[in-house]
Design a protein around this ligand. Structure first.
Ligand SMILES: *[C@@H]1O[C@H](CO)[C@@H](O)[C@H](O)[C@H]1NC(C)=O
Ligand SMILES: *[C@@H]1O[C@H](CO)[C@@H](O)[C@H](O)[C@H]1NC(C)=O
Ligand SMILES: *[C@@H]1O[C@H](CO)[C@@H](O)[C@H](O)[C@H]1NC(C)=O
Ligand SMILES: *[C@@H]1O[C@H](CO)[C@@H](O)[C@H](O)[C@H]1NC(C)=O
Ligand SMILES: *[C@@H]1O[C@H](CO)[C@@H](O)[C@H](O)[C@H]1NC(C)=O
Length: 370
């Protein structure tokens, strides 16, 4: 019985604390948030029971390995009367950081959490080791809304998403995978995510367009609306467009900010998803508006780039909400306004020089690139 409750919190009441060790778990005054730091070599695991009344639980493993627990835990134990206890827990958000966790323990914990009301699960800096057999029943595991993984490595390599998916109910809406060790999914094993609206693959600088094609398993994300690819090694908007077309992904919003993008003049034209209405190209180092953007958008964010002149209407899509702040041409504009108004005559020669330099750069730029 104890074994089962312990598993519920990914922890076991195995080692009894010596009186000297500080309590690893702290519950806040409102009894909403509870966090445990188990970095002590002999932590008092039972302290985690303090968190049973919290909605928001964070467990920090200090990088320790939980492999020794394998011998002591029955991850397939009949939960019996504990199902009711688990159902009554207020737990909504769980974060697990910094540990080496056998797959069997992780999936065993998901099975137990399947009876809880858990909505958000975050796994960070985990090394998931070994293999586990698939669940006996369909749709075992928690009914998550949001799953976030950051720097999680899996012994099962490319099969990890398909295996993890078997331990989640199908209602997942938001999936974030950052600093992934593999996004080259075995797509034939991945099942459809019938409710997934947001896929965030940001902070995978080695993904690139090539990797994006294998990460976006075709027909597995039929309800996708938002794709975030910040800092994901994307190189050109048209390359991303081709990857989306190859995976036949439909989207409304695409975030390509914080990639080093370049324009690809002369790239074969590509059909953007027909519902795409918001494109974020901010912080991408663009010196000009790339060719081949969607013809019409509600929102286009071109802020914090290197545009040296104001884009002409024929270079832009039809767009309702255009953001251009933080581009160098705006500095020129404000300088020349100053000059024209004559308010600050001492600044005039240098503003003029800057303006000339800008014009010259544009002329040379046009010669070189058009
Ligand atoms: C956990 O506790 C250790 C020592 O008690 C401390 O060095 C570390 O910063 C703590 N980590 C977190 C995430 O609280
Ligand atoms: C990623 O997680 C591993 C543990 O699995 C840890 O050793 C490493 O420092 C983490 N890397 C980063 C960048 O946090
Ligand atoms: C991705 O997986 C496929 C097989 O599913 C394999 O042929 C290919 O080499 C893998 N790519 C990378 C970059 O690991
Ligand atoms: C575009 O991305 C930047 C940086 O990631 C962000 O600050 C900005 O709010 C985004 N713009 C829109 C319109 O969402
Ligand atoms: C334009 O988009 C920005 C960022 O999403 C938003 O704050 C602003 O209200 C929008 N403006 C209009 C006119 O829609």
């Amino acid at each position: 019985m104890e074994r089962v409750l312990g598993l519920l919190l990914l922890l076991l009441k195995l080692v009894h604390a010596s009186p000297a060790t500080p309590e690893p778990c702290e519950l806040d005054e409102e009894s909403v948030r509870c966090s445990c730091n188990f970095s002590d070599p002999q932590p008092d695991w039972s302290s985690a029971f303090q968190c049973a009344g919290a909605a928001d639980v964070e467990l920090y493993g200090g990088g320790r390995s939980l492999e020794y627990l394998l011998k002591r835990v029955d991850t397939e134990a009949n939960l019996g009367q504990f199902v009711d206890v688990i159902k009554s827990l207020p737990l909504k958000r769980l974060t697990v950081r910094a540990a080496r966790v056998p797959t069997r323990i992780l999936f065993g914990a998901l099975r137990v959490l399947g009876y809880s009301g858990l909505q958000e699960l975050t796994l960070e800096n985990l090394e998931v080791t070994g293999t586990a057999s698939p669940p006996l029943l369909e749709a075992t595991g928690p009914d998550l809304n949001t799953l976030s993984l950051r720097n999680v490595s899996w012994a099962t390599r490319d099969a990890w998403l398909a295996e993890l998916q078997q331990w989640l109910k199908p209602g997942l809406k938001v999936l974030s995978i950052a600093q992934a060790h593999s996004l080259n999914f075995s797509c034939d094993q991945v099942r459809v995510f019938p409710a997934l609206a947001t896929l965030d693959l940001s902070n995978n600088p080695e993904l690139e367009e090539r990797g994006l094609i294998s990460a976006l398993c075709p027909h597995k994300f039929p309800t996708l609306q938002v794709l975030a690819l910040r800092n994901a090694g994307m190189e050109t908007p048209s390359g991303v467009c081709s990857a989306l077309a190859a995976a036949s992904v439909q989207l409304q919003r695409l975030d390509l900010s914080h990639n080093s993008l370049r324009d690809t003049a002369g790239a074969p034209s590509c059909h953007w998803p027909s519902q795409l209405n918001s494109l974020n190209l901010s912080f991408t180092g663009l010196e000009r508006v790339p060719k081949g953007l969607p013809a019409k958008l509600s929102v286009l964010d071109l802020s914090y780039n290197r545009l040296e002149r104001k884009p002409r209407p024929d270079e832009l899509p039809k767009v309702e909400n255009l953001s251009l702040e933080g581009n160098p041409f705006l500095d020129f504009e404000s300088h020349s306004e100053k000059y024209n108004s004559g308010a600050d005559t001492t600044a005039a020669p240098s503003s003029l020089a800057v303006g000339l330099l800008g014009t010259l750069t544009l002329l040379i730029g046009d010669r070189l690139f058009v």
